[in-house]
Design a binder for this molecule. Structure first.
Ligand SMILES: Nc1nc2c(c(=O)[nH]1)N[C@H]1C(S)=C(S)[C@@H](COP(=O)(O)OP(=O)(O)OC[C@H]3O[C@@H](n4cnc5c(=O)[nH]c(N)nc54)[C@H](O)[C@@H]3O)O[C@H]1N2
Ligand SMILES: Nc1nc2c(c(=O)[nH]1)N[C@H]1C(S)=C(S)[C@@H](COP(=O)(O)OP(=O)(O)OC[C@H]3O[C@@H](n4cnc5c(=O)[nH]c(N)nc54)[C@H](O)[C@@H]3O)O[C@H]1N2
Ligand code: SF4
Ligand SMILES: [Mo]
Length: 793
């Protein structure tokens, strides 16, 4: 299988590689943010937005889900460099209106990268692509809603429609959306969480009864030890560095578990302090464990085995609150250390040092992100971290707990509001009781299953509430071919992206207001609410005039689609919802668990914190009524001779598929993205050289291979056998069937690849170039597989 797109419109020949930085933030971060803001928004808009960012009377940052300090502890500049980039991306003065679409046929847009597409500015009017058309053309909102209603009305079953959500959507829009989708008759509500922290949600639900973090920001400040696994906060949650700095001032130590030594966890120069501006800043990790990719499970088991051997356990907690300790302890006692060393690539001394730090701490917070969840054994990884926390009672006490750090700013809130393809029965019962109709009970498609449904002609209409489903998903070629088979693709989007140019027979783009903009839907100033990574819910109001008079709020769009589709079926209050969002919040307060008094509580500055039984009272609503220890086999991902294990990650200049710029400052990359970071010894062992151009070829169990071409080899400090490259360019490499057991989350971070010298040995220069994928077996010596330890050579 091959495809001819996207051509590279990024000239990679100007790419330069220098030394990675040894610290994050500092004056450079301030300078970069201000330049980006002023270039993108102009001085006036910059001055109107940034002072309102993350303030109690302002708007919630569109970037990550990092929590805000309590209102009295907020700075006047309560944001980071990447928050400024996120705001600027939305509040840009550039516009992609009807004239833009008239000038650019889809065939041309299709050949553009997500970077170029995203640079064209805000979409200003609803656009339609008619069957067989060559261009998107303007369409009125009413005609757009009618078109959707007509398509949805003629499906053989509501299950032939798929309703995706990305995690920027407000609680109000998310609640209305899931109500509409279930009233229409399906639970096909995949979301970006399926690709992100699904392994966390599944793993934690099994072992503590709730899939969310058990900490507050205060717990991070008070911890004696903070373990950070598979997370790069300097880029992806930059204000976390401020919280870590406070913790360090209070005496905390930090262990960083990551194949890469990331700048943000090395040293932080807080631009809001003198020490950070002109001094050396604060040293972050006290211990960096350069674990091999996918070695975390073995590492956590080894640390736990040492704690057990040394008797450094919280026996009271184990006796009173846990289940399954004996089986778990038996597994640890039988642990095979050769396997641990092979899997982690660490020495016994390094592991012992980490275990000693953990043993010595009376309160430990465990943080993790995509380096833990995006693996075949992502769920097991999460449960293994939990095991370790339970051993010392590190949950439900001050300064301690489990902290999955969420990605998108409201991804957690969207789940709370019912965006979930596997809704619990109690949620559906509450929905039925509140709105008087029987919601569908059968589980719906998650992200991977949705692609398969289109591929197999079982789904016909795709509706995306935000996001860029096609570029974010694994197996780009398969995903694109699948979505092209749709009768209708609808994208509610602020900016242009790949999911608009790879489309169904007919396609719609519906442009919503952004979070930085004033929302006067129904003729009154509206606010929306969001939930952060620590279950804190608060209001958000945008300060800016909307980018165009034609924009509608997401709530308005959803209620209108619902009316066009359902008419007055079930007599649902769409007009009330649209007229005053507090009507939605009142319903949320009446039926969403933990949200009683919602409207009143979000009135308080800083909002309120949702209940969390393990955090609040050490109550565990699991099958056993206790925190469950679990036993996972110590699997090792076997990488055949001559192959590397590739992780796909974010640069410092992107937000997921939105590429802000071409620099990954902290890792020493400038003016390009097609790089693959490899250990110098592996470069030599493969007969390659630093700076050479290679194609990356992935190899799969069914004998198929996939390829992306012309990546510059960068000699980098990563463990032997490991490699790293940026997403989404590498998504064509990842088979749709590579996913986590139990959560179905794509395994974006453990891909077996080999590097093949590119012909010619040169970068892409912005001229048309195909990214090819191929499915023919290529005689690789062994397919990827997890091996039984006894077979390990
Ligand atoms: N500026 C910015 N902020 C963002 C985002 C963004 O794209 N840009 N995205 C948002 C979203 S949706 C999310 S989910 C988060 C993502 O935040 P992160 O999870 O921090 O993002 P990643 O870049 O995917 O990579 C995480 C880290 O995992 C490490 N890693 C890879 N494999 C392994 C492994 O096997 N074991 C261990 N221990 N570590 C490993 C990588 O070296 C990298 O440092 O950030 C959110 N915030
Ligand atoms: N290889 C690889 N693939 C990955 C990952 C990885 O680490 N490696 N990470 C995965 C993860 S963690 C995630 S969360 C997914 C991300 O998947 P998505 O959430 O689907 O992708 P984004 O790139 O965040 O979506 C960007 C688009 O959202 C739209 N948008 C922005 N703001 C708004 C808004 O306010 N409203 C609306 N309606 N639209 C808006 C814009 O049109 C923009 O182009 O990608 C996943 N894919
Ligand atoms: S840490 Fe996250 S939420 Fe805070 S300003 Fe930065 S990007 Fe925005
Ligand atoms: Mo994410």
């Amino acid at each position: 299988m091959s495809r001819k797109a996207p051509r590279s419109d990024i000239d990679e020949s100007t790419l330069t590689v220098t030394h990675p930085e040894d610290h994050a933030a500092g004056p450079t971060a301030v300078a970069v943010s201000m330049k980006r803001a002023v270039d993108g928004m102009g001085v006036r808009r910059t001055a109107r937005t940034l002072p309102k960012l993350n303030q109690a009377d302002g708007f919630d940052c569109q970037g990550c889900a990092w929590p805000d300090p309590s209102p009295e502890h907020r700075h006047s500049a309560e944001f980071c460099e990447n928050g400024v980039k996120a705001v600027t991306d939305e509040a840009t003065l550039r516009e992609a209106g009807p004239a833009f679409f008239a000038a650019h046929p889809i065939a041309e847009l299709h050949d553009r990268t997500d970077y170029w597409l995203g640079q064209q500015g805000r979409i200003t009017e609803p656009m339609v692509l008619r069957a067989g058309g060559t261009h998107y053309e303007p369409i009125s909102w009413d005609d757009a809603f009618a078109l959707i209603g007509t398509h949805l009305a003629v499906l053989d079953s509501p299950d032939e429609a798929v309703f995706y959500t990305s995690g920027k959507v407000s609680n109000e829009a998310a609640f209305a959306y899931q109500l509409f989708v279930r009233a229409y008759g399906t639970n096909n509500l995949p979301d970006c969480s399926n690709m992100c922290h699904e392994s966390t949600s599944v793993g934690l639900a099994e072992v503590i009864g709730i899939g969310k973090a058990s900490v507050t920001l205060e717990d991070v400040h008070q911890a004696e030890l903070i373990v950070i696994a598979g997370q790069n906060p300097g880029t992806n949650h930059p204000r976390m560095l401020s919280a870590l700095e406070i913790a360090k001032k209070n005496g905390a130590r930090i262990i960083d578990i990551n194949p890469l030594k990331e700048a943000g966890l090395t040293r932080f120069k807080n631009p809001q302090t003198v020490k950070g501006t002109v001094g050396h800043g604060t040293a972050m990790a006290d211990l960096h464990l350069p674990v091999r990719i996918n070695g975390d499970l073995a590492l956590f088991q080894a640390i736990a085995a040492l704690l057990l051997e040394w008797g450094r356990l919280d026996h009271d907690f184990i006796a009173q609150h846990t289940h399954g300790f004996e089986e778990y302890a038996a597994h640890l006692r039988a642990l095979d250390w050769d396997l641990v060393l092979a899997s982690t690539g660490l020495s016994r001394e390094q592991i012992t040092e980490a275990a000693e730090m953990i043993a010595a701490s009376r309160k430990t917070v465990y943080c993790w992100a995509m380096g833990i969840t995006q693996h075949h054994n992502g769920v097991a990884n999460v449960k293994e971290i939990s095991n370790l926390a339970f051993l010392q009672g590190n949950i439900g006490k001050p300064g301690a707990g489990l902290f999955p750090v969420r990605g998108h700013s409201n991804v957690q809130g969207d789940r709370t509001m019912g965006i979930w393809e596997r809704p619990p029965a109690h949620f559906l019962d509450a929905l039925r009781d509140e709105f008087g109709f029987e919601p569908p009970r059968e589980h719906g498609y998650d992200a991977v299953a949705a692609v398969k449904a289109f591929r197999d002609d079982e789904a016909k209409v795709f509706f995306g509430l935000g996001g860029n489903f096609i570029a974010a998903m694994s197996d780009t070629t398969v995903t694109e071919d699948a979505l092209r088979k749709a009768d209708l693709t609808v994208q509610v989007s602020t900016k242009l992206n790949r999911s608009h140019v790879v489309h169904g027979r007919e396609a719609l783009i519906l442009p919503p207001l952004g979070r930085s903009e004033k929302d006067l839907t129904g003729g009154i100033p509206q606010r929306v609410t969001v939930e952060d990574s620590v279950c804190s819910v608060h209001a958000s109001r945008g300060p800016l005039e909307p980018a165009s008079d034609h924009l509608r709020s997401e709530v308005d769009i959803i209620c209108s689609v619902a009316q066009a589709t359902l008419g007055d079926r079930h007599a649902l209050p769409w007009d009330d919802f649209r007229g005053d969002y507090s009507q939605i919040r009142r319903r949320i307060g009446r039926m969403v668990p933990g949200c009683a008094g919602y409207e009143e509580k979000v009135d308080q500055p800083g909002g309120f914190v949702l209940p969390h039984p393990p955090r609040d009272t050490r109550t565990f609503e699991t099958d056993t009524g206790r925190a469950n220890f679990t036993v996972s086999p110590t699997e090792v991902l076997h990488v055949p001779q001559g192959r590397l294990l590739l992780q796909t990650m974010r640069s410092h200049d992107q937000f997921n598929t939105v590429i802000y710029g071409l620099d990954d400052r902290y890792r020493g990359i400038k003016d390009g993205r097609q790089v693959v970071f490899v250990n110098q010894l592996d470069i030599e062992a493969q007969g390659l050289r630093d700076g050479q151009y290679v194609d990356i070829v992935s190899e799969w169990e069914d004998g198929s291979t996939r390829r992306v071409s012309r990546f510059r080899v960068v000699s980098y400090d990563t463990p032997r056998g490991c490699a790293a490259a940026y997403y989404p360019e590498t998504n064509p490499l990842i088979s749709l069937d590579a996913k986590a057991v139990g959560s179905n989350q794509p395994a974006y971070k453990s891909v077996v690849v080999r590097l093949v010298a590119s012909v010619p040995d040169a970068p892409a220069t912005g001229r048309p170039e195909g990214i090819a994928t191929e499915e023919s077996p290529d005689g690789g010596d062994e397919p990827k597989r997890y091996v039984d330890p006894t077979h390990l050579s």
